[in-house]
Design a protein around this ligand. Structure first.
Ligand code: AN7
Length: 357
């Protein structure tokens, strides 16, 4: 799979838009803004595979430049926005979109502003928005209210909204599905993916469909869309006014892409499921300690969903790990105090539990 402009014939650092340009809606003359997004690892999860009796792969989207999958869509959206003469990029965010928008705005020489729910954005993500020079506005409300304000601002002010209500975002995010198929040689049987605003699951579905229609894949996967129990509008059947979950990235009660996501999951023969916060944190810990992959809580929801709803024996499964664990170090505190001893051979050996001979 390496015809020019489709598949990774281009160098990795040229980014996902250049790699798949001929398959994406972007005019040939538009210069690409890139930080080298895409080309992320697809790792065979040996212990998880053995545990569920399937062939499980991890799509490690935390390896993107700002540490989440948002960079794929941001690269395309910011490229097109700059070409159209945009000045200020604006988004509402639970954290990762704001980090990505701020970084790509900086790379493009544009300004950015982000509206976030006060007190519910993980520390690493907030640091990214600040260091990349975004104007950060916190609102005393949740993400859904922040997005409503941003959409209204998009109508009334000279700003370009780069939330996934901007179709260029989902267009760029299709590249993750392309990569999965290019690497596995076909689409998997099942895709497990966390769902917040429901853009990414929609984008994967479009990508898989496009590849099957182009004859690059023989099937499309069933979609397992995973939400947190306290923020599960697509499982419960309606908006959740006060969503709550430790996975702050997906603390969303009224997903903007609910309609297309429902259509995608239905057409795939899949389903939406909800997992508890404790199952999310347990899955995060298990991935980190048995596979060596540290993802943020929202991302671990995909694996928690897989464990709660095991696939058919022997099926091929991809779990999308949407963001890096370092985004949210506070989510893994709560270990109790770690031992502190004198820098002394005997004391350290004893604290480690090893015998000296
Ligand atoms: C790590 O950054 O909505 O279902 O404002 O950061 O496409 O919304 C983040 C979402 C999953 C859910 N995993 O994806 C934002 C934001 C991580 C995320 C999701 C998000 P969508």
């Amino acid at each position: 799979m390496s015809t020019a402009g489709a598949g990774r014939a281009t160098p990795r650092s040229a980014g996902s838009v250049a790699a798949y340009r001929s398959l994406l809606a972007i005019d040939p003359e538009v210069p690409v803004v890139t930080l080298g997004e895409g080309g992320t690892p697809l790792l065979h999860a040996k212990r998880l595979s053995a545990r569920v009796g399937a062939e499980v792969w991890l799509k490690v989207e935390g390896a993107n430049p700002t540490g989440s999958f948002k960079d794929r869509g941001m690269a395309l959206a910011v490229s097109k926005a700059r070409a159209r003469g945009a000045g200020v990029l604006l988004c509402a965010s639970t954290g990762n979109t704001s980090a990505s928008a701020a970084a790509y705005a900086a790379a493009a020489g544009l300004r950015s502003a982000v509206v976030i729910p006060e007190g519910h954005v993980a520390r690493g993500k907030l640091a990214q928005a600040v260091v990349h020079g975004a104007r950060v506005v916190q609102v005393r409300a949740n993400f859904d209210a922040a997005l409503a304000v941003v959409r209204a601002l998009g109508e009334r002010a000279a700003v370009t909204v780069v939330n996934s209500v901007n179709p260029d975002r989902l267009e760029g995010q299709k590249t993750a599905a392309f990569e999965v198929v290019d690497e596995l040689g076909d689409a998997p049987d099942l895709l497990c993916i966390p769902v917040g605003n429901a853009g990414n699951i929609t984008a994967y579905w479009r990508g898989f469909r496009q590849y099957r229609e182009a004859g690059r894949a023989s099937l499309v996967p069933r979609l397992l869309g995973v939400q947190a129990v306290g923020a599960a509008p697509l499982v419960g059947g309606g908006p959740v006014p006060s969503p709550e979950t430790v996975a702050t990235a997906i603390r969303i009660g009224d997903p903007a892409s609910a309609g297309p996501a429902r259509d995608a999951v239905g057409a795939s023969g899949g389903r939406f499921v909800a997992v508890t916060d404790s199952a999310i944190l347990a899955a995060q810990r298990e991935l980190a300690s048995t596979e060596g992959v540290f993802c943020e809580p929202a991302s671990a929801a995909s694996v928690a969903g897989l464990l709660a709803y095991p696939p058919a024996a022997g099926s091929r499964v991809v779990c999308v790990l949407t963001g890096h664990g370092l985004k949210d170090p506070d989510a893994v505190a709560g270990e109790g105090p770690l031992p502190v001893v004198a820098a002394d051979l005997g004391a350290v050996a004893e604290a480690m539990g090893v015998e000296l001979d």
